[in-house]
Each structure stands twice: as C-alpha cells, then as structure tokens.
Write a protein that binds this ligand. Structure first.
Ligand code: PLP
Length: 525
C-alpha cells in the first residue's frame, strides 16, 4: 500500500467509522451469527497474491461486522463498559505509526516520559495520595499495563519477592553471601509455604495470578449478609486459619467495586486488622517487612469514579479524625496504608482497550522483583540511573505507546469532562433503579444503584416463595430481555444460588432515553 492508497483508504475508513457510530443505536446489540460462521465465509488459506484494499474493506462490512457485538451501543448494559472515543482512536493511530517495543527509555524517550507525566496527572485527578505519584515522597509511581489481570499478577509477583527477600534475610544468617543457586533453593523451598489471599468476591484474576505463579490462594469470606464484601473479622479468621496450617500470608487482593455488585471492601477494618497482625508478628520476633502484608486495591472498574471527588468517601467513609465523627471521611487517603492500586481507563474513563493504570507506593518493589538485565539492554542512560525503564515494572519486555491515547483523552475532555461523564453514568444508574423501585410488584433491587450498576431480581410473588423459584423467574426474565435483541444485560448468581440481573449504565453513548427504554423493556417483559 503506497502513500496515495493509504490516504484514500484511511479517509474512507474514517468516514465509515463515523457512520458506524452514528448508526449504533439502530443495530441489534448482540451478534446473532452461529459459531463457526466466519470459517465458512473465508478461504482456507491466506491469498497468494496481494489484494486491493477495496476488496478487504468490503469484507469488513459483509463478513466481520455481522459478527460484532456492539459494545459501544447506547443499549449495551452488560458487564462493564469498554469505551471507545475519537481522541483515543487517534491515540491508537499515532501509537501504531510510531510502533516500537519501547522497553527502555532510550528506545523512545517520549514513550516513557509521557507515561510518567500522564499517570501523575491521572493520580491527581483520582485523588490518590501523593505516595502514588512519581514525584511523591516514597518513590511511587504509575505504569500502564494491558489489563487488571496483568496488574494483579505483577503486584503479586512483586509482593512475593518483597516477602521472600525480607524473610530469607531474617531467617538465614549470611543469606546475601550464599551462591545464586543456594539462594534459589532457599527461595523455592520457602515459596511453597506462601499463600495469597483475596476477597471471596474478588475478580477471578486474583486466583488465576496465584495459580500461574504456583502459589496457594485462599478466599476471605464476603457474605451476602456483609454486602458481598470482605471485612476485618473475616480477614482475621482467614489469617488465623492459614497460619495454623503453617502457611505464610504475604498478599491480599481487595476490591474497590466488585464485578458482580460493585461492592467496596471494608477498608477501615481491613487496615486495622492488618496493623494489629503486623504488630503481633513483630512482637513474636518475625521480621517487620515480611509482616507487612501487601494490600492491592483492585479498582478496575469503579476506580474511574474517583475523578468525581464526592465518590471518594465510598472507598473509606470512616471519619479521618476518630475523635470527631464529623471530620471529613478518610476516602482515598486509606491507600497510604496499602501498597498498590489499579484502575482500567479502558473500563470507565473513555480510553480504548487496553489501558490498565497501576500505581505503587514504592517503585523499587517492582524493579527488585522484575528487573531484567542483559548486555543488549544496556545503555548509558539506564546505567546512569537517570531514567525509568518500564520493562522493569511489568511482565512483558516490549510495550506499546499507550500513554498517547491517555494524553489525548485527558486533554480533549479535561478533568471537567471526565467528571461530567462519570456523574452522568451514575445518575443514569439512579434513573434506571428508580424505574424498578416504582414497580415493587415486579422487581426487587439487591444492590445499588452503585457506580452506575444496579443489581436486581424478579420480585418474589409471596414472602415465602422458595429462592429457586424466584431465581428461575429471574433467569427467564434475563433470557427473554436479551433474546429480544434490543438491549443486552448480564445475568449472574449471588450468594450461591440467588439469580440476579446486572444493568450497567456507564456507556458513553447511553442517555436518558436509552435507560428509560431499558426499564420499559423489563416492565413489559
Ligand atoms: N478486576 C475487576 C474488579 C473486574 O471487574 C475485572 C473485569 O471485569 C477485572 C479485574 C479484569 O479486568 P481485565 O480484563 O482488565 O483483566
């Protein structure tokens, strides 16, 4: 494809993209193709001779679009959003243009430096404590990973490394003087005792991270009676249980906005239990650093809400001055007591997938665990210690220029535009929930509206209707609504066997009329 052909193709593609967005509301949300549809439409092998763009473009329209589920549709109320915006698309275009595996600063200084700057901007917009800024007092900072799953695995890796370094140095005199292999053997033996903890309603990625790292994983109970969130009591019991089994807890994955119900773990009681636990461990003669269990706060979806200051109290509503119940809530300042936080701009902050922003209170934890050294990485800037090499803050080596799309979005919408969008999503959630509460004969709200998510079920027809009967009716309602093709929502199961429906109102294209339309569909169905 030469310059002229590219110009022509790109100009036409942009027109098509604009037209696609303009017609989204009229398209059925979910693709109706049958499994394997595409193989039947495409040749068995790649073409031997190159084809004209026009033929390729036509196939996008005829063969690909029918197999697309329209996540950008205003009638998409399922899962969590996965936004796309024009400035973010432009960011992707430029990023593709400057393609590089920018793992070191020198591999493209702008790739590294823009990421550091925009993540500091974002940390400020979210109201994170200054410890999470690259300019903060504890050598913190942010980095863009692909997904929240990658983020939790990376944090767990760093936490295991931090723990093992401390505990081995404390328990084995002269550990640092041992050979690399001797150290490895001691590490491997000790690793077998490590256990990562996660909330009972934490995302599946926490357990998967432990599986991949070959570590044990135990859940802290998050009962329905406690609002599907973990608290200090459950954590205390879990710690006692794992220690009684001879295991060593080193990491806890908590959630700010769980996937099912957007529950927020009870951070005040969690922090208090961890503090008491650390003191008890130290009093029993254990190493202080190893006794400091790493707490990761997964705000993959709801973390974006923090751009609106009034949402911050939901992270920690307890008063900042315990002697004054009217003092300001602790809010995001609780993160000072923890170790890492992540949120996906690609869920609720207008940046295209993928863009998971991870912040740590001390970046040395990442570099210690993930620093990679080889002759071919070496350069004067890295050796001089003057630059950040993000390869040492992540699992992969190479990295994309993701910060461009973040920069474009932050500048195009500004803090004001982002706050407005988040507030609109939240108020649409309230509007949808009001549509349900108007009909208590038909619906029962289980949780929310919280962070633009309402979770509900069909109302029991009698006070003593067995749960399975209500659940069967709820599942049928969900099937019928989704089967109608006008909107798409997510069915789930809470508390073991309670069927529920999740309706998320955070899509950028969703407005009042779409939410009212969704309520009407539920009532009529
Ligand atoms: N954490 C939470 C709370 C989530 O809700 C999700 C996905 O919905 C994830 C993590 C995983 O996100 P990702 O696709 O970025 O790995």
């Amino acid at each position: 494809m030469d310059d002229n052909a590219f110009r022509e193709a790109a100009t036409a593609s942009i027109e098509e993209i604009i037209n696609y967005y303009a017609t989204l509301g009229q398209r059925p949300v979910v693709s109706t193709v049958e499994p394997g549809y595409l193989r039947k439409l495409l040749p068995d092998a790649a073409p031997e001779k190159g084809e004209a763009w026009e033929a390729i473009r036509r196939d996008v329209e005829d063969k690909i679009v029918p197999g697309i589920t329209h996540w950008q549709s205003p009638n998409f109320f399922a899962f969590f959003p996965c936004p796309s915006t024009y400035p973010s698309i432009l960011g992707e275009l430029y990023s593709a243009t400057f393609a590089a595996a920018a793992f070191n600063w020198i591999c493209s200084p702008a790739v590294t430096e823009l990421e550091t700057v925009v993540l500091d901007w974002l940390a400020q917009l979210l109201g994170l404590p200054e410890e999470y800024l690259s300019t903060g007092p504890t050598r913190g900072g942010g980095v863009i990973h692909g997904t929240a799953s990658e983020a939790v695995m990376t944090m767990m890796t760093a936490a295991a490394d931090k723990y093992l370094r401390a505990v081995l140095a404390a328990d084995h005199a002269g550990f640092d003087a041992l050979s690399e292999e001797e150290q490895e053997d001691l590490r491997a033996a000790r690793r077998s005792r490590l256990v990562a903890l996660g909330g009972g309603t934490a995302h599946t990625s926490a357990k998967k991270a432990a599986q991949v790292l070959g570590l044990r994983y135990r859940s802290v109970p998050a009962a329905a009676s406690n609002g599907f969130r973990i608290n200090g009591d459950g954590l205390r019991e879990t710690l006692a249980k794992v220690r009684a089994a001879g295991l060593e807890p080193f990491f806890l994955s908590t959630t700010f906005g769980t996937t099912d119900t957007c529950a927020v773990d009870d951070y005040v009681s969690i922090a208090a239990v961890l503090e008491a636990d650390r003191d008890a461990q130290v009093a029993a003669g254990r190493d202080a650093t190893a006794s400091d269990i790493w707490v990761h706060v997964d705000g993959a979806y709801a973390g974006s809400a923090l751009v609106a200051p009034e949402t911050r109290a939901s992270m920690c509503p307890a008063p900042s001055d315990p002697s004054d119940p009217n003092s300001a809530p602790i809010g995001t300042a609780i993160l000072r007591r923890f170790h890492s936080f992540n949120m996906n701009m690609h869920k609720w902050l207008l940046v295209n997938f993928d863009c998971s922003c991870v912040f740590v209170r001390d970046r040395r934890w990442l570099v210690n665990a993930l620093g990679a050294d080889a002759h071919y990485y070496r350069n004067d800037y890295s050796d001089g210690g003057l630059v950040t090499d993000y390869r040492d803050w992540q699992l992969p080596l190479g990295r994309r220029f993701r910060s461009l799309k973040v920069w474009f979005v932050l500048r195009t919408y500004g803090g004001e535009g982002l706050r407005e969008y988040i507030r609109r999503s939240i108020s649409l959630g309230e509007r949808f929930a009001a549509g349900l509460t108007n009909r208590p004969d038909l619906f029962e709200i289980i949780t929310g509206p919280r962070f633009a998510l309402t979770v509900f079920r069909a109302a029991p027809l009698t006070p003593d209707e067995p749960r399975e009967v209500t659940s069967a009716r709820t599942r049928r309602l969900c099937e019928l609504v989704n089967g109608g093709g006008k909107i798409w929502v997510t069915g789930t199961t809470l508390d073991g066997d309670m069927a529920a429906i999740r309706v998320m109102t955070g899509n950028f294209s969703t407005h009042k009329e779409h939410v009212d339309g969704a309520s009407k569909i539920f009532v009529e169905t």
